[in-house]
Design a protein around this ligand. Structure first.
Ligand SMILES: *Cc1c(COP(=O)(O)O)cnc(C)c1O
Length: 444
C-alpha cells in the first residue's frame, strides 16, 4: 500500500546549522509533541556535550516550572548513519531490517527509511508507525512468532506479508486470517552467551521443525524462509555460526516437505563493540551454507541506536553519608530519572549506565564517592550503587550518560507520577545524514 504524500510531509524535518541553535531549541521545547524536529549539523562528537551545556544553561531549577528540569536526550543521527555504512562495509550481503522495539524514535525511523533499510515490527502500532513514513509493506517483517489475531488481520489488510511463526497453533491462526502470508520459520538457537535470552520463549527446536513444515504444507501455506535470533547483546560469534548451520538443516527439511525456501533471516543480537568479528564469522558461515541466490536479511536493533543517544538528568536531592571505615565523605544522589523511567535498561536490558559530570559548581574536582538513585519511592530504583566522580556534586547540578539509545525510552513508565515523555534534541555529526533527512522523497 502506498501512503499519501501528505503522510510523508508531516514528518519532514527542517535543518539548521549550529549557529541557529538557540532559536531552534526554543521551538523544539515549546512544541515537544510536534513532529517537525530540527536537526543540527555538528562537526564532532564533542559538540554533543556543547548542546547539553547550552540546554542546561537555560534552566534555572530555583525558578523553573515543574518538569522544565526533566531529564532529556541529545540524539546524534550521524551515529545511526555511520553504523549503517559500517554494516554495508562488513555485511554487504545482509539487508538490515531495523528492530523497531529497540527505539521507535520517529527521526531514527525516518533516517533508516531513507537509507533504505527494512523494519522488524512486532505489533499493529509498530507496523502503523513505519507505514506512516511511506515505507513499502514489503520492507516490513512482522517478526513476532506469537501474534494477536486482530493484528494478523491488520497485517493482511495493509499488505505486510512477511511474518514469522514457530508453532502449530500459529499456523492455524495464519491459515484462518492470512493464508497468503510469506511465512518464516523461527528456529531455536543457543543463546546462553547473550545479554537477553530469548530461546526460552521463542523458536522451534530442530526435532519439531519437520513436523511444522509438513503441517504448513498440508494447510496449503506458503513458507518462504527461516529465521533465528541468537539473543540480544550476543557475546559469542560462534552462536551465529551454529545457528546458520542449523538453518541449513531446516532449509533441507523444507525441500523434503515440498517448499523452495528463498530467504534466511539471521535476526538481531549485533553489538557495537565486536561488530566486525561477528560480521566476519557470519559472512563465512553464510558463504559455506547458503548460495548467493538466497536472500539474507537481519533484524539489528541495539547496533544502530545504542551509541546515538545520550541523556542528561538533574540532581534533585542529596544526602551525605560518612563512610564508617575510612571516615571519608560520600553522598547519595537522587536524580529526576530512574529505573522506572529511561533507566529501565538497567532492569530489562541488564545495562550499567555510567554517570559523567555535565556541570558541577565545585571547583576542586576532588574524587568523591557516590551512590545514584532514581526519583520514585521504591528502593529498587537505584542507578549506580557505587561510583567515584571528580568533584562534590550538589542539588541542581547535572549528570549525563552515554549509550542510552537502546531499550531505554521505549520501556519507561509513569510510575509514581513521573513523566515518560522526555525531550530529544536531534543533531547530526554527519552531513550525509542531514542531507538525506532534508530530502523529501522516501526511498522504497
Ligand atoms: C529484540 C529483537 C531484535 C533486536 O535485537 P537486538 O539485540 O537489539 O539487535 C530482533 N529480532 C527480534 C525478533 C527481536 O525480538
Amino acid at each position: 500500500m502506498v501512503m499519501a504524500p501528505s503522510a510523508i510531509t508531516t514528518t519532514y524535518a527542517e535543518i539548521y546549522d549550529l549557529e541557529h541553535y538557540s532559536n531552534t531549541l526554543k521551538l523544539v521545547t515549546e512544541n515537544s509533541d510536534v513532529k517537525h524536529h530540527k536537526i543540527e549539523s555538528l562537526t564532532s562528537k564533542e559538540s554533543v556535550l556543547d548542546v547539553f551545556k547550552k540546554r542546561i544553561a537555560e534552566i534555572n531549577v530555583d525558578s523553573c516550572q515543574p518538569g522544565e528540569e526533566d531529564a532529556f536526550y541529545v540524539a546524534d543521527l550521524g551515529e545511526v548513519y555511520r553504523q549503517h555504512l559500517r554494516w554495508k562495509m562488513n555485511l554487504a550481503r545482509v539487508k538490515p531490517f531495523y528492530a523497531v522495539k529497540c527505539n521507535p524514535d520517529d527521526e531514527v525511523l525516518r533516517l533508516l527509511a531513507k537509507l533504505g533499510t527494512g523494519f522488524d515490527c512486532a505489533s499493529q502500532a509498530e507496523i502503523e508507525q513505519v507505514l506512516k513514513l511511506g515505507v513499502d509493506p514489503a520492507r516490513i517483517i512482522y517478526a513476532q512468532p506469537c501474534k494477536t489475531k486482530s493484528y494478523i488481520r491488520y497485517a493482511a489488510k495493509v499488505g505486510v506479508k512477511q511474518m514469522t511463526f514457530d508453532n502449530a497453533d500459529e499456523l492455524l491462526k495464519i491459515k484462518q486470517f492470512f493464508p497468503d502470508a510469506e511465512l518464516v520459520l523461527r528456529i531455536l538457537t543457543d543463546d546462553s552467551a547473550s545479554l537477553c535470552r530469548l530461546s526460552a520463549k521463542f523458536g522451534a527446536s530442530l526435532d519439531k521443525t519437520q513436523e511444522l513444515l509438513d503441517l504448513a504444507r498440508n494447510l496449503g501455506l506458503n513458507v518462504t524462509g527461516v529465521s533465528f535470533h541468537v539473543g540480544s547483546g550476543a557475546s559469542d560469534p560462534a552462536s551465529f555460526t551454529k545457528a546458520v548451520r542449523d538453518a541449513r538443516v531446516v532449509f533441507d527439511q523444507a525441500t523434503s516437505a515440498g517448499f523452495n525456501l528463498q530467504m534466511l533471516d539471521v535476526g538481531g543480537g549485533f553489538v557495537d563493540g565486536r561488530f566486525e568479528t561477528f560480521a566476519s564469522a557470519l559472512t563465512e558461515a553464510l558463504e559455506e551454507h547458503f548460495p548467493p541466490y538466497i536472500r539474507i536479511i537481519a533484524e539489528p536493533g541495539r547496533y544502530y541506536v545504542a551509541n546515538a543517544f545520550s541523556m542528561a538528568a538533574n540532581i534533585i536531592a542529596r544526602r551525605d553519608v560518612q563512610d564508617g571505615l575510612t571516615g571519608e565523605r560520600a553522598y547519595m544522589l537522587y536524580l529526576n530519572d530512574g529505573v522506572y523511567g529511561n533507566f529501565s535498561n538497567i532492569i530489562f536490558d541488564h545495562q550499567h549506565p555510567s554517570a559523567k559530570i555535565l556541570n558541577c559548581r565545585d571547583p576542586y574536582q576532588i574524587p568523591t564517592d557516590y551512590s545514584i538513585w532514581g526519583p520514585t519511592c521504591d528502593g529498587i530504583d537505584v542507578i549506580t550503587e557505587r561510583c567515584t566522580l571528580p568533584g562534590v556534586l550538589n542539588v541542581g547540578d547535572w549528570l549525563f550518560f552515554d549509550e542510552m539509545g537502546a531499550y531505554t525510552r521505549c520501556s519507561a513508565t509513569r510510575f509514581n507520577g513521573f513523566t515518560n515523555k522526555h525531550e530529544v534534541i536531534y543533531v547530526s555529526s554527519e552531513p550525509g545524514a542531514v542531507a538525506l533527512l532534508r530530502s523529501c522523497e522516501c526511498q522504497s
